[in-house]
Design a protein. Structure first.
Length: 279
């Protein structure tokens, strides 16, 4: 498994410290960011059901690979119930950063619940519409985000999820993400991975996407692929299940049928891709 770049850089910094006794300001910032992120992942406020999934979602390694710093302005696209928000909100608040939760109105209920239940942790989380089709929508201001993150959502845009016409609006979603990022900003994507040899039609029904599809969509919007990580890979996932990716945990769409089999496989095989908006 490939080591995340952020973690590798930290290891190099620590080795340098052993040799030179002192860290450079850049290495000190790197070490401090990693320590703060580790603390956010281990924080007691996180929901036990969420921490139980760390073994599949690898939040420390994933966010380290994307290079999220505590001083960043971060946009989390479609945060759902706030699995990553539980980590990002206190991490960014501690460092003076800013977090946007961007979703359609129907997709912001989870964030509203977090803000109401724990205003001291999530009260500063900003909300925005995404995708923003309405001229009066609340948008993330163009050119203001250091990092945009989206976890297991691109397949929804490709499928036309929750849109009556089932129209694929992934190109427009990538265009809007590109606009909100600063030059040099990072787009981090994690999604269920479809083998490149599989029929492309399965992207519209299975919840899985080919890596080449995601790379093409990002590049068409103007992004440059900066790296990929296998931190969220699962070679036991063959991506050919009867109810698509939802056959596997945590959904377990078949309920008790072959439940132990799917629990043994674990959560899906996922691509983890880092893109950069050129300067």
């Amino acid at each position: 498994m490939r080591q995340p770049l952020f973690r590798a850089a930290l290891a190099a910094a620590l080795l340098s410290a052993a040799a030179c006794a002192t860290l450079s300001p850049e290495d000190q910032a790197l070490q401090g960011s990693y320590a703060a992120l580790s603390a956010a992942v281990a924080a007691p406020h996180r929901t036990p059901a969420n921490t139980a999934r760390d073994q599949y979602r690898h939040p420390l390694e994933t966010l380290s690979f994307f290079g999220v710093r505590p001083t960043d302005t971060v946009v989390e696209i479609w945060p759902g119930g706030g699995w990553y928000t539980e980590i990002l909100a206190p991490y960014l608040a501690q460092g003076g950063g800013r977090l946007y939760a961007a979703a359609p109105d129907w997709g912001q209920s989870g964030i509203r619940k977090l803000k109401e239940a724990s205003p001291q942790l999530y009260g500063n989380v900003l909300t925005a519409d995404f995708p923003a089709f309405d001229a009066n929508a609340t948008r993330v201001p163009n050119g203001t985000a250091d990092v945009v993150l989206t976890f297991r959502n691109v397949h929804n845009w490709r499928m036309g999820y929750r849109r009556e016409d089932k129209q694929d609006y992934s190109p427009e979603a990538f265009r809007q993400i590109y606009a909100m990022l600063k030059p040099g900003g990072v787009l981090g994507i994690e999604d269920h991975r479809l083998p490149e040899s599989a029929p492309v039609e399965r992207e519209r029904t299975s919840g899985y996407l080919k890596t080449s599809t995601v790379v093409r969509l990002a590049q068409q919007a103007g992004f440059r692929l900066a790296g990929s990580s296998e931190v969220n890979a699962n070679p036991q996932d063959t991506a050919d299940w009867p109810n698509g990716v939802w056959t596997l945990p945590p959904t377990l769409a078949l309920k008790d049928k072959d439940r132990e089999k799917y629990l043994a496989i674990g959560e899906s095989d996922r691509m983890t891709l880092k893109f950069v908006k050129p300067r």
